[in-house]
Design a binder for this molecule. Sequence first.
Ligand code: CMC
Length: 391
Amino acid sequence: GGVITLDPGYKNTGSCESAITFLDGEKGILRYRGYSIEELAEKADFLEVAYLLIFGELPTKDQNDKFHDDIKAQSLVDDDIRKIVDAFPKSAHPMGIISSLTSALTAFNPGSVNVDSEEDMYKSVVKIMGKLPVLVAWTLRKKQGLPLDYGDKNLGYVENVLKMMFKSPNEEYKQNQILVDALDKLLILHADHEQNCSTSTVRIVGSAHAGLFASLSAGISALWGPLHGGANQAVLEMLEAIKEDGGDTKKYMAKAKDKNDPFRLMGFGHRVYKNFDPRARIIKKAADEVLGDLGIEDPILDIAKGLEKEALEDQYFVDRKLYPNVDFYSGIIYRAMGIPTDMFTVMFALGRLPGWIAQWREMRLRKEPIGRPRQLYIGETERSFIPIYNR
Ligand code: CMC
């Protein structure tokens, strides 16, 4: 019983207590398990951060090695999944493929996880950490007509992701440390963001005691949306359109402010950050560094910087506290790395995976009840049925 409070979009509704990620939108603070995002992006690697998010503490060297080995041991994907990959038409969006394949994994890993068993929980964690990069790499290779392949047991997690994605069949693969470092940083920056749309989706699907893979598949679908993770693809398409249009940023600024035009400045604004997005700062700097290190001059970076400057000085954006978010510059780095635009959100999903797992695990360990919001009914009051011949 009780009074129902209406809060569309859950702008002021807390759905849970959580000990994973701290976010202060006014001050632009983001911490994973107490560690600042700035420090983690600079000093940690993605696998350490994944362990930290999921299990609560940074791993010791032994724990880290074991985590890595266990993930590697679980990185084989059933050959029937390959057939599913092959069955997708070329036109399929990679996010649709990845969410389907994640769901398809349930067929080869039947039965539910026993959440009361640490061992069972751990096993399902390393399984998906091992298999998702393979699915991501296969999705890309299939699109590019390259043979599907597994990675290299001796490589680090992120190194292996890159090799699985880019190894060419006829050439010896050479690792590029600039790309490894850049991807490591991007994945860390995307690894968790408390109760965002996809994470809330994972928690709510999981709250019905659906399995981990099914919950993750739902989260991937939520992330696909252009208001959420899909923004990274949308940003790049917007920047390209502006370039094609002769670099006319003013025109797009006007469109973004026009309330009769559905266009929004993609990569701008955030539900929680009302000052700046700390991830955007790190990514902007990384974009400059990575492009510099790779010797790439991309006119799109200049357009992005010009657009940012104009928006930050514009009354509309100032009044609404709209700042560049994590997705504004990430696509420019992915593009410099040779990752196709429609794979950007898939890279986000790979980064967000440990966050989703950590949140699902926390939700199950805390034995949270099924998620079930209420509503205020605004439809017809009671009326009588009229047979079809009388309507
Ligand atoms: N361009 C133009 N106007 C905007 C934008 C934008 N990008 N974002 C918000 N506004 C306006 C909006 O029209 C509204 O104006 P008014 O008060 O006059 O009606 C005001 O700012 C508040 O916006 P809102 O839609 O009520 O805010 P929200 O918290 O519901 O939405 C958001 C947050 C991120 C969905 C939104 O800012 C947006 O659509 N941004 C563009 C998409 C994007 O970059 N998404 C990535 C988010 S960060 C990473 C992630 O989640 O993946």
